[in-house]
Design a protein. Structure first.
Length: 317
């Protein structure tokens, strides 16, 4: 509990009973502006009541409706991750989501995936209190470090809270095509059930958050989410092995989000293999991320189109 004008503010672990408040926090960012997407055309509408659950999701994700948010928060809690809420005078005014995972170095780490404060309660220090409590939770859980991918304009904010620059990444797209003649693919999602696996070589927005999001975050019983399969398994070619996930891009049906792990550094051969697999899975394009130095080393050898650059910050615990 915090003194002064925020005397009734409490930061606590979120529960299913908080879903309505969490939805209200996230929807406040829309400031009453909602869109329909019928026929693939975006049109402004008066409120969300006429929208399907999928259209509400398109307006901002799983937090845009109580039905989807309840599934989302339930799965998050069952997987051992932590939603934190800021409650003031009985109302939820902010939310943070803290993810945990094991990396190839054998260390447990934590990642801040979401920080959102109700628009009527911003610039009051609530976000900073949520982040500080996330640091405490991560430290108590035994995490070695805590990471976050700050939005542009918030980098100094996180630096003031003790975070520092860690990884610079490049988001890219590439055409899927049968570049590699012979590949062995073994479909199996049990590789990711263990504590430790290979190094993240492609798609690193943060693997604890990323794997959970792939398998649980958008798994709703709606036709828009179940029309394309998630391909998870191991690829082998010319003695090279890669663990990979091909996840359909929700907005672009012909594009696969691709994430890959290997015991060796990323090579051009890895990406040629992944682009070929994406083609055989029926995709026209691939979207992923590379660490900046790897992108610079490989871009002249591959058909990579840069979309944007992002940074991951980290604080050691």
């Amino acid at each position: 509990m915090v003194g002064g004008h925020m005397s009734e503010l409490v930061i606590r672990r979120g529960e299913l009973k908080d879903v309505a408040g969490i939805v209200d926090v996230h929807c406040s960012e829309l400031d009453g502006t909602w869109y329909s997407f019928k026929g693939g055309v975006r049109e402004e509408v008066e409120g969300p009541t006429s929208l399907s659950l999928y259209e509400r999701w398109l307006n901002g994700g799983s937090w845009m409706s109580p039905e989807l948010c309840a599934v989302y928060i339930n799965n998050l809690l069952l997987e051992g991750h932590i939603p934190l809420v800021a409650e003031q005078n009985g109302l939820i005014v902010g939310e943070l989501e803290l993810f945990f995972g094991w990396e190839s170095d054998g260390n447990l780490y934590a990642h801040i995936g979401v920080v959102q404060v109700h628009k009527d309660h911003q610039r009051k220090g609530i976000g900073a209190l949520l982040i500080k409590e996330a640091i405490n939770y991560a430290r108590k859980r035994g995490a070695y470090y805590l990471t976050v991918r700050p939005r542009e304009g918030l980098k100094d904010y996180y630096k003031n809270l003790g975070f520092g620059e860690w990884l610079k990444t490049v988001v890219f797209t590439a055409e899927a095509s049968p570049y590699v003649a012979r590949i062995t693919w073994e479909e199996d999602n049990t590789y990711f059930n263990k504590k430790k696996f290979s190094r993240f070589i492609m798609g690193q927005e943060q693997s604890s958050a990323q794997i959970w999001q792939i398998f649980h975050r958008n798994q709703f019983a709606l036709p828009e989410f179940t029309r394309e399969p998630i391909h998870t398994g191991r690829a082998s070619t010319d003695g090279q092995e890669i663990l990979a996930i091909f996840y359909p891009h929700v907005y672009c049906g012909d594009m696969a989000n691709v994430y890959a792990w290997s015991d060796t550094d990323i090579r051009a051969e890895h990406i040629w293999t992944l682009l070929t697999l994406a083609y055989h899975f029926g995709y026209a394009r691939v979207r992923s991320l590379l660490i900046e130095e790897h992108f610079e080393r490989l871009k002249s050898k591959l058909p990579l189109e840069e979309m944007e650059r992002q940074e991951i910050f980290r604080i050691e615990l």
